[in-house]
Design a protein around this ligand. Structure first.
Ligand code: DON
Length: 346
């Protein structure tokens, strides 16, 4: 995955604090300049409207837990959130029904298979296992408590908007384009129903799931949403609590193991922070207690992850000192003075 030239990338030790704001601005600009000319990857086309996205669009935003924003390029360009919604709907559903219920009814393990795999369901007796792939996300959306499908959609949209700190709108063209072509997701929902894993109408759940994927965000919004998970569940811009600190923690644990699909292991090895990607070209990467990166660049690799997005995160993880697994030896304490050290010469 990572044929990333990281030569000369500034390295910062993991310290628990981000660098000074002007240094973050500068590193975000450097990351943009370094990868803007990279041309690998292809824009998604299985949702027909997404194939029209200009491949050169490229925006980066870093939002810290104090609410500071550091951005460059097309950080305000709107695109559909797609699979990144799975992370935040998962958090909202955990908040609504609790840690154990989500664990029991959806699962929290990587399937090791592509995001739209049907085989993963068949291999696991209909248990979706992974809330970050389509089967698990459809099952998770279905668990949002509501008296009607309209109410469920309203709760999903309202919750995602609270993560972003603004009212998110649906891109009607993206929604319609996906609804015309999403036979595979409909089949997955029917299979979940067949296994007794869906307690509501499969077509209606796929409709809500497709709407949540068609909500538009910017790289800045993604960074704010991620920074909310980094900030114990409180949106650092609005100051509003969106989910509990425990739910934010649990969501990041699932993102660490499942967020980048079958590439999640490589991602952790190279970048070392929880993250989630979407097929329109967005990635959110979260550094607990520090902040989050939102990147947007439409060309994807074969697993459906933005190529420039991954490179930017690899760069910034090193340059900002974000890798959760990095540590430095504790300073050796100086030995306590021995009482005899104080004896004065007679
Ligand atoms: O359900 C789908 O296939 C899309 N709405 C979302 C997939 C996606 O974003 C995969 N991500 N990289």
């Amino acid at each position: 995955m990572f044929e990333v030239d990281l030569q000369g990338v500034p390295q910062r030790a993991f310290t628990g604090a981000l660098p000074a704001p002007t240094d973050i601005d500068d590193l975000v600009r450097q990351a943009h300049a370094r990868y803007a000319s990279h041309r690998e990857g292809s824009v998604a086309d299985y949702i027909p409207i997404l194939a029209e996205a200009p491949p050169d669009l490229f925006g980066i935003s870093v939002v810290d837990v104090a609410g500071g924003a550091h951005e460059h390029g097309d950080a305000d360009h709107a695109f559909s959130i797609q699979s990144i919604s799975k992370a935040f709907v998962f958090a909202l559903v955990c908040e609504a029904i609790g840690h154990q219920a989500v664990h029991d009814r959806v699962g929290v393990n990587n399937t090791g298979l592509p995001f739209n795999s049907v085989m993963a369901l068949e291999l696991n007796g209909g248990c979706p296992m992974n809330p970050m792939v389509n089967a698990g996300a459809i099952a998770t959306t279905a668990l949002m408590p509501a008296a009607s499908h309209d109410e469920r959609w309203a709760r999903v949209r309202d919750g995602l908007s609270r993560f972003a700190g603004r009212e998110l709108e649906i891109d009607a063209e993206v929604y319609r384009s996906e609804m015309r072509t999403n036979t595979r997701n409909r089949a997955i929902a029917r299979l979940l129903e067949g296994y007794g894993r869906l307690e509501t109408d499969p077509d209606a759940v796929v409709d809500t799931y497709t709407r949540q994927c068609a909500l538009t965000v910017t790289a800045h919004d993604l960074a704010v949403m991620g920074a909310t998970l980094a900030d114990g569940g409180v949106n650092p811009i609005t100051g509003a609590r969106v989910v509990s600190a425990e739910v934010a923690r649990d969501t990041l644990a699932v993102l660490a193991s499942c967020g980048m699909y079958e590439r999640s292991g490589e991602w952790l090895y190279e970048i070392g922070v929880p993250a989630k990607s979407g097929v329109a070209g967005g990635i959110v990467a979260v550094s607990p207690g520090k902040g989050a990166i939102g990147v947007f660049s439409p060309p994807l690799d074969s697993a459906g992850n933005s190529v420039r997005g991954q490179r930017v995160c690899a760069f910034l993880s090193r340059a900002l000192g974000l890798n959760l697994f990095a540590s430095q030896p504790a300073p050796v304490p100086s030995p306590a003075p021995h009482p005899s050290d104080n004896t004065e010469a007679p």
